[in-house]
Design a protein around this ligand. Sequence first.
Ligand code: GDP
Length: 516
Amino acid sequence: MPNLIAIVGRPNVGKSAVFNRIAGKRIAIVHDEPGVTRDRVSATVDWHGESFELVDTGGIGLLKGEKTDDPITKAALVQVQVAVESAQVIILVVDAKEGLMPLDREVADQLREAGKPVVIAVNKVDNRSNEPAAGEFDALGFESVCHLSAMHDTGIKPLVKTALRYLPEAEQASVPESGEGEPPMSTPEPLKLAIVGRPNVGKSSIINSLIRSDRVIVNDMPGTTRDAVDVPFTVETEGRHQDFLLIDTAGLRKRARIGDSLEFYSAKRAETSIGRADLALLVLDAEMGITEQDKKIGDLITKRKKACIVLVNKWDLVEPHLSEARKEERKRRKKRTGQSTEADKPMLTLAEFGEWVQEQLFFLSYAPVIFSSAKSGFNLDRLLEVIRYVQDQWQQTVPTALLNRVLHEAIEQQQPVSVTGERLKFYYATQKQTAPPTFLLFVNRDELLSEAYTKYLAREIRNAFGFEGCPITLIAKPRPRAVDPIREDEAGKVSKGSKPTAKAGISKRSGRQRKR
Ligand code: GDP
């Protein structure tokens, strides 16, 4: 279970701004287009080599349709409950401009009672005039009070540093590192990576370029990489090490000698490699476009439920044409009278190409698309970053309470359609396993969960928690006997005997509203 830091606070104090400052860059990593960070509630953050799960409770517990005298108070308190349940450290965000509010005190009292470490984040200290107000938050009685401005990106580092000090593993991490050259700390099970694709797309060249990268340490190699079938290597970025096993590299070379039955052997090899891998890197040739065989290999990756990154290689061959095309397009635009349609527009940016690739490989839409050149080295560093990022996603564990709240909201927004007249009812959900991320949904009758609705729920889980590069599997299970049903009538009222035994049951009452 990863370390979890939760952000709580009254509405409008800037919780999501603080969340984005801490996690934003990491989330954006798999998208080539800047500014397409997703609005989500949880992110795996790698902070200078330390990894933790950050949860934005923003909006959680804003009770839709809840009839209460003081919904805001209630909302804030529900959030705190969720955070306290699952987090090791809590960041309580307060607003320097507004000053200390009664609700801040109430939330702080609750947190104190729960005995979890709390860091007060006094946000909106945008200028000196706000500083006097910031001092009054010492009255909340917590040792750690950090002043910051999420808007101006000041004070974020000290805040995270302070929060990390309270994490259980922080003590070990802060022990001075022993002598240089020692084997780096890393996860026990290295991620198995397979590089697959048609012949001549550049798989071997990519391996060779990666192995030459300064950030890649090839471990334990007797002789050269030439003889090895599986090549263990470590990627080092920002002081953090991650272990990988590049599988089946010998297959790549053998195949090169086979000659005329190239396609057959390469397909066979891809199949075996994908079966053994956790993460498949599907290499395409930018110049050749996407062929049927590329699609077949892609299909295999999804069928075997493997993590995937699509790498469009040989970008160096396309880029000059693209520059030309961009120039042409600019000229045309000058002349144009405004009758062109969207369909006439040529693809000129990486983002547009990325979208096109994802359309072609629609069944692999979870895979981030990267453009690279093994020849010039273009984007190979980025590829390493994305591999590392997807590994984190592959091993991400979602707290049960959060998962249920996200699913509850999804169900609220779009109820399942009943074909047979019998309504599908949900009880609760839980993450059964990581790698691949698999969730169990307890329902009244599993056969009522349609494929379309399963896809919808998986999409909502992805929107909330990312899982970039990973397939998401949902398994419907008939409710275990131990769980009481949450019966609801048409008006959404919880009927008698409906108290969920599972703490995090999906009930209409515990719903939350997220700003999107
Ligand atoms: P594999 O069959 O997929 O392993 O492909 P190889 O790595 O053997 O590459 C096939 C050919 O493409 C070789 O001639 C490489 O030099 C060439 N190649 C590989 N990557 C690139 C690239 O990014 N740009 C260009 N221009 N050529 C490349």
